[in-house]
Design a binder for this molecule. Structure first.
Ligand code: NAD
Length: 338
């Protein structure tokens, strides 16, 4: 469908995996990657793409309306995959304001620019956290009520509703995707899986919130990328699509699995005070995405987790540079703003 695609947040975890995925699956597309390079943006996630003319990195902020407009015009953008966000729940509890600025206002700026420029499709990449928390049974469908618990999920809910309102009011062609917890390579080590891997490798305690019985539904990042491409190409305008990995795991079991993978003792597990407002369980019903988009995850959780743990073990330099902060000194990939 589209040839010139804007990916926002393409230097983050999912965004960098998505840039690579799109270049592989749609070799004739041009991918423009707009990223502000916050602490979560890392140009080293895109190592190897330096000389690929199909990928253009633009250092910019989705809150900069004029800058966004320039990017849409300069690259004749057909479609947008909007991933740029503040994404870490704990940080949203410590400082919610930037979450509203980036996730809500940034999305609105982008929507407005897309409307004015006549962008043909806008995919709002969101999270199952907008639905709040589940009891021991059941799963979120697209019709589940929106009951976000954290400033992060509240800001994503605001962005989703704005995107859908732009469809309803202005007829902008919008599709919203909501996925469960992703895992895979290039994830910033503040998130559960890489953080636990790092601590286990160092022989340091692995902090587990509360009783460790919180359940998450894990989705391999490549399966998520497949879902995003399908939503872009086949989704119906104005619709929401849930993407879930069908791999519900209790946090404690996940952490034990990582320790087993690394041959480290469970005595490293340390229970710590629970996160404020911590959602107990998420699970996604992906039936609509399977039916309408033909989406089906291909990774099993056990294999995917083993591969992911091995990736971090085999990329100590990437990990060390992220942990030391040195990655922030990497300032060029392709010439900025080309
Ligand atoms: P991430 O934190 O790893 O990356 C976010 C990226 O956005 C970074 O590269 C950062 O520099 C960039 N960014 C932040 N503010 C920006 C701004 N104002 N302008 C331009 N770029 C900016 O996030 P992620 O885990 O890759 O998540 C990507 C998207 O997917 C987010 O919208 C998130 O809400 C959603 N999501 C993530 C998960 C998950 O498990 N990681 C699950 C569901 C949904």
């Amino acid at each position: 469908m589209s040839t010139n695609v804007l990916v926002t947040g393409g230097c983050g975890f999912i965004g960098s995996n998505l840039v690579r995925y799109l270049l592989r699956e749609r070799p004739d597309w041009k991918i423009v990657n707009l990223d502000r390079l916050t602490y979560a943006g890392n140009l080293e996630n895109l190592a190897g793409l330096e000389d690929d003319p199909r990928h253009v990195f633009v250092h910019g902020d989705v809150c900069d309306r004029a800058g966004v407009d320039r990017v849409l015009a300069a690259h004749a953008i057909d479609a947008v995959l909007h991933l740029a966000a503040e994404s870490h729940v704990d940080r949203s509890i410590q400082g919610p304001e930037v979450f509203v600025t980036t996730n809500v206002l940034g999305t609105q700026h982008l929507l407005e620019a897309c409307r004015e420029r006549g962008v043909r499709r806008f995919v709002q990449v969101s999270t199952d956290e907008v639905y709040g928390s589940l009891g021991p049974s059941g799963a979120f469908t697209e019709a589940s009520p929106l009951q976000p618990s954290s400033p992060y999920s509240a800001s994503k809910t605001g962005a989703d509703l704005l995107a859908l309102a732009y469809h309803h009011t202005f007829k902008l062609d919008v599709v919203v995707t909501r996925c469960s917890n992703n895992y895979g390579r290039y994830q910033f080590p503040e998130k559960l899986i890489p953080r636990m891997v790092v601590n286990a490798l160092r022989g340091e305690p692995l902090p587990v919130y509360g009783d460790g019985q919180h359940v998450r539904d894990w989705l391999h990042v490549e399966d998520h990328c497949q879902g995003l491409l399908l939503a872009l190409e086949k989704g119906r305008a104005g619709q929401v699509y849930n993407l879930g990995g069908g791999a519900e795991r209790r946090n404690l079991d996940l952490v034990k699995g990582i320790l087993a993978e690394l041959g480290k003792p469970e005595s490293l597990i340390q229970f710590v005070t629970d996160r404020l407002g911590h959602d107990r369980r998420y699970a996604i019903d992906p039936a609509k995405s399977r039916r309408e988009l033909g989406w089906a995850p291909t990774h099993t959780f056990e294999q995917g987790l083993a591969d992911t743990v091995r990736w971090y073990v085999e990329h100590p330099r990437w990990l060390e540079r992220v942990l030391s902060g040195e990655y922030r000194n990497t300032v060029t990939l392709t010439p900025r703003g080309r």
